[in-house]
Each structure stands twice: as C-alpha cells, then as structure tokens.
Write a protein that binds this ligand. Sequence first.
Ligand code: ATP
Ligand code: MG
Length: 365
Amino acid sequence: MTDTAPVSYLRPHAEQAFAGELAALHRLDDRPRPPQWRMSPWAVVTYLMGGTLNDGTVISQKYVGQRRLMEVAVATLATDRALLLLGVPGTAKSWVSEHLSAAISGESTLMVQGTAGTTEEAIRYCWNYARLLAEGPSDQAMVASPVMTAMRRGSIARIEELTRIPADVQDALITVLSEKTLPVPELGSEVQARKGFNVIATANDRDKGVNELSSALRRRFNTVVLPLPTSSEDEIRIVSTRVAELSAALELPAVPPALEEIRRVVTVFRELRSGVTADGRTRIKSPSGTLSTAEAISVITSGMALSAHFGNGSLQPDDIAAGIVGSVIKDPVADQVAWSEYLEVVVRDRAGWSQFYSACREVSG
Ligand SMILES: Nc1ncnc2c1ncn2[C@@H]1O[C@H](COP(=O)(O)OP(=O)(O)OP(=O)(O)O)[C@@H](O)[C@H]1O
Ligand SMILES: [Mg+2]
C-alpha cells in the first residue's frame, strides 16, 4: 500500500505522511505495549527500520543504519530515562526523533526548538497576559509549553538542539525528568506527568556556541550516538530515497532518477570529509564545512530543480556543480584552496568525470 501525504502541506508531519503505515502497525501489533504507547516497542522499531507485515503491508525504511541503535533508543523510552540523540550534523537525529514520537504517541509536534534565546517559559509554561491581568492567575490564563502538554497527555516531548539552550534554562528539565512533575507555584498546583510521557532530546557536538550539558541533566538521559553512514552504498541509498520523497512533495517536474550524479555527490562529500580518496591512495585537505548527508540531499534536490526548469530534464554534472561548490566553500580562503586542490589532483583525471570537472571550474571562477 502507498501512503499519500496531504498535497497542500509543504512538509507533512511524520504521522501525516505515514498515516497508513502507522495505522497498519497499530492494527496488527499484538505484542505488549508500554502504558499509553500506540504500539509495542517491536512495532516502533519495525516502523523505523522497515519490513513487511503479515497482511502484506510494506513498511518503508526510515532509518538506514544499525537496527540495534533503534532498539536501544526505543527501549530507553519505555523506561523512566529520557533519550538523547547525539551526533554530528545531518545524521538523522531530528528525523529519528520525529518518527519515534509519531510511532509511540501518534504526534510529533510537541517540540521545543532549542536556541540561545530559549527561556524557561518555553520549557515550563507562560501566561496569557490579558487574562492574567483581568482575572489573576488561573488555569485558563496559563499557557502550557509543549513539554507540559506532553506531560498532561502522556506523550513524547521533543527538545531539539538541547545544548544550544543556556545551561540554567536546561536545568528546568531536571525536575521534569527526575520527579516527573512541573510545579506551578502561582496556582499552588502542579502538573504530574501521565504514564507514557518521556523526552527525546537531540544535540550535535560540532556546532559553535553550544553549552555543555550539566552532569545532573546528563545522568537523566540515555545517550544514543548516531554515526555517519558507514558505507557509500548506505549513503547513496539515503540520498536517493529522500530525494525521491522531497521532489514528489515539491511536485518538481519529473527528472529521472540520477544515480550517477547522486553517486558523484556522495563520493565527493565522503572523500573531502575523510581527507583521503575512496581508493585510499591520495591524501587531500578537508574543508571546514560538515558536508553531511543532509547537504548531499539538498545539492541533488536543487540540481533537479535546475535541470527540470532550466536544463534538459535529466540531471547533468553542471546542475550539481554550483550546489557542491556552495556546500564545500564555507570559508572563502581556506576552503577555496582545499577545493581547487581536490579539483586538480583528484577530479581532473578521474575517468568519466571530465564534464563535472569543467562545470566545477566554470562556477569556481
Ligand atoms: N542514517 C540515515 N537514515 C535515514 N535518513 C538519514 C540518515 N542520515 C541522514 N538522513 C537524512 O538526512 C536528513 C537530515 O537529517 P536530520 O535533519 O535529522 O539531521 P540532524 O542529525 O538533526 O542534523 P542537525 O544536527 O543539523 O540538526 C533527513 O532528511 C534524513 O532523512
Ligand atoms: Mg536536527
């Protein structure tokens, strides 16, 4: 069966885009479910890793990587410890967090986006000031945060980029995670978490401007580190799948699957990231950008838009050259040197890459 996302939304939530798969899992799953979970831990892992159900329903693969990592993540959420997904940018932390919440609670939108400006109110609650002034503090005047709403419903709350949140604000989570309650002193009351409540936080260890997690908070999380895709075949599979989904959602005029260009982008990114060519023979400089899988996905998607609207309708090396150069050269001086060296030493003489070489030379100036 196929899932059809509502066409009018630019980006449907996981629970909308995969409603059919979630309903089938919910229906067919007869294993024990933790309180308030919409399906068993086994079914949640099946939703993430893909498979075929007894009635023939095909569940698509959402996460490409080790099944064990997803099992540990899901098992953690069935305990009283929260889950921290850690890893370099673009390793599917937010993606996994969204799908886990959709499968477990049926909703992935109880989310706080962590920034340097995140305040305690965003994690606890704030007030509707008009009502507060007119009526004084009351339940109706209180505006619950996504975390408080998740506690009330017994759902999963998501906190994105936890380590961007100032340390003292992060600490507002300690009571929530250890006591499972949020006191509301103004009303002399509290909100106690219903069974099923838990928190999934994501953090990446590469960005500038991050705050350390306090050890008190860290102790309340089980950490699962999401790695970069191990093989280039895995990375190509991730990029191809996501590009197909994205271009369908964007309703780009059909551009045939362009495995050759996807392979090229993934090869360039992996070689530059690791500082050595795929055959292990030539050492090269790594540029400063992260060159993540997520960026490879966007290079290909932009290339497809270029090709569909301004090119010949099939993805060509010059449709992806500008995108690659833009991702690689983040620092105009040092990265430019690394990129020129890579072009001359590796790309120029590689069999089948001459058109790509010329296209890159043209945009690199
Ligand atoms: N192992 C993987 N399996 C499936 N999809 C992946 C994998 N790695 C990356 N992706 C894809 O990469 C894209 C970006 O992932 P996501 O935004 O979740 O990264 P992130 O780890 O949260 O990065 P950031 O630290 O920048 O927030 C998603 O579209 C996701 O599908
Ligand atoms: Mg993220």
